[in-house]
Design a binder for this molecule. Structure first.
Ligand SMILES: CC(C)(COP(=O)(O)OP(=O)(O)OC[C@H]1O[C@@H](n2cnc3c(N)ncnc32)[C@H](O)[C@@H]1OP(=O)(O)O)[C@@H](O)C(=O)NCCC(=O)NCCS
Length: 160
C-alpha cells in the first residue's frame, strides 16, 4: 500500500444541493437537541430567501458540513451551521461561515445575526473569531436533551 493515498483532502465549499437534504438532517440531528427532517431541510434549500453552502469531501462528494442562512430585507440570519464531528477543528466551520457572510453581503445584506447557546463554547469561539459581537441574550431559550435550559446569546456582524 502506498502511504498518503488514504489521507483525506480538506473539504471544498460548494453550493448546497437538495439531494444533500437527508445528509444535512442526519448531521444536524447529531449536533442539536431539536432535529430537522430531510423534508424541512429540502424546503429551506429550495426557498428563495435561503442562502446555503456545503463542505464536501472532494474525493466522493460526501457532506462534511453545511450552513443555512436566511435573508430578510437588508439583514441576514444564520439558521444553522454544523460540521461532522470527525472534521471539526480543521477550519471547515470557519470556511462555511465565511461563505455564508460572502453570500449575504453579495445579496445586499448589511448585517448578519445569529443565536447561539451560551454554553456552546466552540460555536461562540468561531463566531467571535469571525467578528461577531454579542448584542443581546435570551434567558432559558434553549431546552437541552437532559431537560435543562440554556440562555441564547444573540450576535451580530456588520457586512461591508
Ligand atoms: C461550531 C462548529 C460549526 C465549529 O466548526 P469547526 O469546523 O470545528 O470550526 P473551525 O475548525 O473552523 O474553527 C474556527 C474557529 O472556531 C474556534 N473553535 C472551533 N472549535 C473550537 C473548540 N472546540 N474550542 C475552542 N474554539 C473553537 C476557534 O477559534 C477556531 O479558530 P482557530 O482555529 O483559528 O483558533 C462545530 O463545532 C459544530 O458543528 N458544532 C455542533 C453544531 C453547533 O453547535 N453549531 C452551532 C450552532 S449555533
Amino acid at each position: 500500500m502506498i502511504f498518503g493515498l488514504r489521507r483525506s483532502s480538506p473539504p471544498v465549499i460548494r453550493p448546497l444541493r437538495p439531494d444533500k437534504a437527508e445528509a444535512c438532517a442526519r448531521l444536524h440531528a447529531k449536533g442539536f437537541a431539536h432535529p430537522w427532517s430531510a423534508q424541512e431541510v429540502a424546503a429551506l434549500i429550495a426557498s428563495a430567501s435561503t442562502l446555503a453552502a456545503a463542505a464536501l469531501d472532494p474525493a466522493n462528494g460526501r457532506l462534511r458540513g453545511f450552513v443555512l442562512s436566511r435573508l430578510a430585507a437588508d439583514e441576514a440570519e444564520i439558521l444553522t451551521i454544523a460540521v461532522e464531528a470527525a472534521s471539526r477543528g480543521k477550519g471547515v466551520g470557519r470556511a462555511l461561515l465565511g461563505e455564508a457572510l460572502r453570500q449575504a453581503s453579495n445579496a445586499g445584506a448589511k448585517a448578519m445575526f445569529l443565536e447561539v447557546g451560551k454554553d456552546n463554547a466552540p460555536a461562540l469561539a468561531l463566531y467571535e473569531r469571525l467578528g461577531f459581537v454579542k448584542v443581546g441574550e435570551r434567558a432559558g431559550y434553549y431546552r437541552r436533551n437532559d431537560g435543562t435550559r440554556a440562555a441564547a446569546v444573540i450576535m451580530r456582524k456588520a457586512l461591508g
